[in-house]
Design a protein around this ligand. Structure first.
Ligand code: NAD
Length: 446
């Protein structure tokens, strides 16, 4: 069974969802307000760096299943299922700003009135939204179209990981659907059937539980990271090694191996804002989640902790010093720099009078938008080291894992590495003669 699908918002979630729905035989019309982006996508150019995406877009455009427009009206007329993949950025108080979602819902209602549309429409919230949003969106439709309208709002949170988005969208470990209307749940089950051939489940639940599931998932993962980062600080004081502890606990299947790496902290467009939004919501309803508050507090300290390693070594005044940064994206395999720890570190180095030269496989264009020519950019990882006083490793791209250490030493002014991702073994650093300061492990050569 195939569907006509409208996707509103073609950022990381929208373009990946649209392309994978088209890949499984549906006809998809993707809408974005950014006309330049839409023109690029029509030509088969991906607006983001995501492995495998551009190829999939091109195949489906060629097959006539994937189209793009700036006109919401076309999507509302076309789609029996309309996905909202819109931004939900943090408001000043930390709550999720729902204006994009609410405004588009209101526009959809107006289009339904204008075009006198009488067939059923399923409006799906794929954006990460706070508990109660499905009710608020439903109210927009009942206010504008009356109680007995033909719009069915459902919640379908997205769990894809940037960098693995196609794989995650094509083979999700689970699909969560929040709806209290049985036939809507069944339609969504049919839509996702081709993605779940290996037997992974669709969980159909009420809208509120679906909305909280998404925040709970991201906050739990963020809490794992913050737990390890807090423990890493403790390890540095007592002389233990966080990586040995990671292996010691991660092999316990109750704990699991993933999301246990200590580092300079989590970033990206999801964890920081989702942890903040859940924290805000829990306080707002008078049931504060103290573990979520701690998760946020610990993460906020991580760039300071890393920067302190630099000032402990070089002093508070960094003028006349140049720092090479490997990695700008908030994690490998993406060009996404939203809430990137690298950006916070660059701000601190510049504020202390230091200079920065940076290299990242994919994220330099996005970084230039923020830092312009206040920092230098290198064309490759080795050029980045030329005459630098120290190297800071901020994103664990694969190419940094097995470098030519002799070449590094010949380029760097001092053989000093601050490693925010614990990329190298301590023994190797000792053998190579680097001064090596990593997270939650002993200082080598200092
Ligand atoms: P994004 O900022 O990359 O993309 C949003 C897109 O919506 C942009 O292209 C923007 O131009 C477009 N847009 C804004 N207003 C519009 C309008 N009125 N009409 C049409 N298009 C409009 O966002 P994203 O990263 O794709 O995230 C979208 C939602 O999904 C957020 O709630 C996010 O928390 C959630 N989410 C993101 C990820 C991720 O890895 N990025 C994963 C899971 C869930």
């Amino acid at each position: 069974m195939s569907f006509n699908i409208g996707v509103v918002g073609t950022g990381y979630v929208g373009i990946v969802s649209g392309s994978t729905f088209a890949e499984t035989g549906n006809k998809v019309l993707c809408i974005d307000i950014d006309a330049e982006k839409v023109e690029k996508m029509k030509k088969g150019e991906s607006p983001i760096y995501e492995p495998g995406l551009e190829h999939m877009m091109q195949n489906n455009i060629k097959a006539g299943r994937l189209n793009f427009s700036t006109n919401l009206e076309e999507a509302v007329n076309f789609g029996e299922i309309i996905f909202l993949c819109l931004p939900t950025p943090p408001d000043e108080d930390g709550s999720a700003d729902l204006k994009y979602v609410m405004n588009v819902a209101s526009d959809i209602a107006d289009i339904i009135i204008k075009n006198n549309i009488t067939e059923n429409k399923i409006v799906v919230n794929k954006s990460t939204v706070p508990v109660g949003t499905a009710d608020k969106v439903t109210k927009i439709f009942t206010d504008k179209l009356g109680e007995d309208n033909n719009v069915f709002v459902c919640s379908n949170p997205e769990f894809l990981r940037e960098g693995f988005a196609i794989e995650d969208a094509i083979k999700p470990e689970r699909v969560v659907v929040g709806t209290s209307t049985e036939w809507v749940g069944e339609k969504m089950r049919d839509l996702y059937k081709p993605f779940l051939r290996s037997g992974n489940p669709v969980y159909i639940m009420d809208e509120k539980s679906a909305e909280v599931t998404k925040y709970a998932a991201n906050s739990f993962l963020a809490a794992k990271i913050s737990f390890m980062n807090d423990l890493a600080a403790y390890c540095e004081v007592v002389g233990a090694d966080i990586d040995k502890i990671r292996m010691g606990i991660g092999s316990d299947s109750r704990i699991g191996k993933r999301f246990l790496f200590a580092g300079i902290g989590y970033g990206g467009s999801c964890f920081p804002k989702d942890v903040q939004a859940l924290n805000f919501s829990s306080k707002e309803v008078g049931s504060p989640l103290s573990i979520i508050q701690s998760t946020e507090d610990i993460n906020a300290k991580q760039t300071n902790r890393f920067f302190k390693k630099i000032t402990n070594r070089f002093g508070e005044d960094l003028s006349n010093l140049k720092f090479a940064l490997w990695g700008l994206a908030f994690k490998p395999n993406t060009d996404d720099v939203r809430e990137a720890p690298a950006f916070k570190l660059i701000d601190k180095i510049l504020a202390a009078g230091g200079k920065v030269i940076a290299y990242d496989q994919e994220a330099i264009p996005n970084t230039k938008q923020k830092f312009g020519d206040t920092i230098e950019y290198a064309n490759n990882m080795y050029d980045c080291l030329n005459d630098a006083d120290a190297l800071c490793i901020i994103t664990e791209w694969s190419e940094f894992r097995t470098p030519d250490f002799d070449k590094m030493k010949s380029m760097l002014k001092n053989n000093i590495i601050f490693d925010g991702r614990n990329v190298y073994e301590l023994d190797e650093m000792t053998d190579q003669g680097f001064e090596y300061n990593s997270m939650g492990r002993k200082l080598i050569g200092g």
